[in-house]
Design a protein around this ligand. Structure first.
Ligand SMILES: [Cu+2]
Length: 145
């Protein structure tokens, strides 16, 4: 009987330790990005979207984008998505040509924890992109009267 009680006490202690060890996963983390990490896109993205597990401090959220030659691409200030504060949007104001881009991001959780990381994506723009695809369709589709 004593041994069984001791065993359950040890088990309880072990699970309490697991619980404490599990706490760091409750901190803010990056869940998803757009363009997706390691993806190849065919149209230059107009913004980078960071999806966090909880609302970050938007003013502490910054990204840098560099191309293959480590030239920095201009971006505007980060802003929270109007519908979901866990999503931070960073408009890209510089020009992206075909190539591979590395995005370095950093932010701070509401509890003061700083978090950062990097991901990359490739742009393989097609050679022909009509400026106004809808306009092209309007011209090519004509109905007899
Ligand atoms: Cu934290």
């Amino acid at each position: 009987m004593h041994i069984r009680r001791l065993a359950s006490t040890v088990l309880l202690a072990a699970s309490a330790t697991l619980l404490v060890a599990g706490v760091p996963t409750m901190h803010l983390r990056l869940v998803k990005v757009e363009p997706a990490a390691a993806s190849t896109v065919t149209v230059a993205p107009e913004e980078i979207r960071l999806f966090f597990s909880q609302e970050p401090e938007v003013r502490a959220t910054k990204i840098t984008i560099v191309d293959d030659s480590r030239n920095e691409i201009a971006v505007a200030a980060a802003k929270a998505d109007a519908q979901d504060g866990k999503i931070v949007i960073v408009p890209i104001t510089g020009v992206l040509v075909s190539g591979t881009y590395t995005v370095s991001w950093r932010t701070m959780a509401k509890d003061g924890h700083a978090v950062n990381g990097t991901f990359n994506f490739a742009l393989r723009a097609s050679h022909y992109q009509p400026a106004d695809p809808a306009g092209v369709e309007r011209v090519s589709v004509r109905f007899p009267r």
